[in-house]
Design a protein around this ligand. Structure first.
Ligand code: NAD
Length: 369
């Protein structure tokens, strides 16, 4: 199989697992040729750690004619501007979430890709993991009957411990709970239940600023502005008929994820959609609760599977699963939650999307199709 050359822009925290998986699990189809970061030292460190030959500036990386896919692992505000540059240069792009900070930016990215016949991919790709793929199969095979309701929540701390090197990004739009964390749960819900038709949101911002209180942080004592809602609840009506509640909050402490799908014949306890595996439980109509084994692989941190899937899609001419269009729908849901809250009314979405194709059964660990 032809290896597709990849360049990675953004060598911060999350680049470690991407580079590990792209240079190990997915190296049968992807070859990481170069890395780049605004801070060249970070790119140099990652290149050394993963044996990558070239450390480029962003401009050099985008200009390299051998590179076919760019992975954009930069901060939220840089995603769409970089994605546009990459596509304009004739390369496919796979970006971290959020896909963009506005529908206009997102549409520009998709329009350039369409005009140039290029693919756009976007995180999260956790829905391609064994946890969500198994849950989807259970639903499709009728184990819970017809799904009529769901609950998804992620309740966590507000980054105020200052331990992430760029923790201030989590206090702005894009790093807020809806744009940063909800995409995992929303994408999993859409992959399992199909597109969302209508949203109703209630968004609160509890603080104007926070002070770093953890003495272990290099930025201990610093006060940073909060620029986005941090405590949000929404109701989501799906085209398929189900209604879900979503809670996304970065005002608590610890990390409390939860996801359940309620059907006419049973309840599915879905593992944390921020990860690839986790325990799956099913409660049948008789009240029996049992743990369900995975039907699918990729149950450990497989970040990069969305990009590998895209590399297969490029070679076979099919569409990619963690697609820009899927991410555009998730962005529409996220922005509509905020708008619904401000306007104090339900909002019907303009976007929709077919469920991405499930992964087939029986894939070997390091192969896709
Ligand atoms: N950290 C995590 O656990 C995690 C998990 C999943 C997804 N993500 C997502 O991945 C993205 C990156 O997160 P992170 O935690 O690695 O952040 P980070 O701040 O550690 O890394 C981002 C890197 O991008 C670089 N960068 C920013 N703008 C740039 C530009 N215009 N050109 C080149 N480089 C630029 C920064 O210098 C930095 O090194 C975010 O969108 C985040 O939502 C992070």
């Amino acid at each position: 199989m032809r290896k597709i050359k990849v360049g990675v822009i953004g060598c911060g925290m999350i680049s470690g697992i991407y580079l590990k998986n792209c240079t190990e699990t997915f190296n049968y189809i992807i070859e990481v040729k170069a890395v780049a970061d605004l801070v060249p030292e970070l790119a140099r460190r990652r290149a050394e750690e993963f044996g990558i030959g070239a450390v480029y500036t962003v401009e050099e990386l985008i200009a390299d004619p051998e590179i076919e896919i760019v992975l954009n692992l930069t901060a939220p505000a840089a995603h769409a501007p970089i994605n546009k540059l990459v596509l304009e240069a004739g390369k496919h792009v796979y970006t971290e979430k959020p896909f963009a900070l506005s529908r206009e930016e997102a549409d520009e990215v998709l329009e350039i890709a369409e005009a140039k016949g290029l693919l756009v991919g976007c995180a999260p790709d956790t829905f391609l993991g064994g946890g969500i793929q198994t849950c989807r199969k259970l639903i499709d095979d009728g184990w819970i009957g017809k799904p009529y309701a769901a609950h998804a929540s992620i309740i966590m701390g507000n980054a105020g411990d200052g331990m992430h090197p760029n923790f201030q990004n989590f206090l702005k739009l894009g790093g807020d709970p809806v744009m940063d964390m909800a995409p995992y749960y929303l994408t999993a819900l859409v992959a399992m239940l199909g597109p969302v038709k209508r949203v109703t949101g209630s968004a609160q911002q509890l603080h104007k600023e926070i002070t770093v209180t953890n003495p272990r942080s290099p930025r201990y004592g610093e006060t940073v502005p909060v620029e986005a809602p941090t405590n949000v609840t929404a109701t989501l009506d799906f085209h398929g008929g189900a209604v879900a509640s979503l809670q996304a909050c970065k005002e608590a402490f610890g990390y409390e994820p939860r996801m359940e799908i309620y059907g006419t014949q049973g309840i599915l306890y879905v593992p944390d959609a921020n990860f690839f595996g986790g325990t799956i439980k099913l409660k049948t109509a008789t009240g029996e609760l049992k743990e369900v084994p995975y039907s699918h692989g990729f149950t450990t941190d497989s970040r990069g599977i969305g990009a590998a899937d895209m590399a297969h899609a490029i070679q076979s001419g099919r569409s990619n699963r963690a697609s820009g269009r899927l991410a555009r729908h998730i962005l529409d849901i996220s922005l509509s939650i905020f708008e619904s809250s401000r306007q104090e009314r339900h909002l019907t979405l303009q976007s929709s999307i077919d469920r991405p194709e499930p992964l087939p059964l029986g894939l070997k660990y390091n192969s896709l199709v």
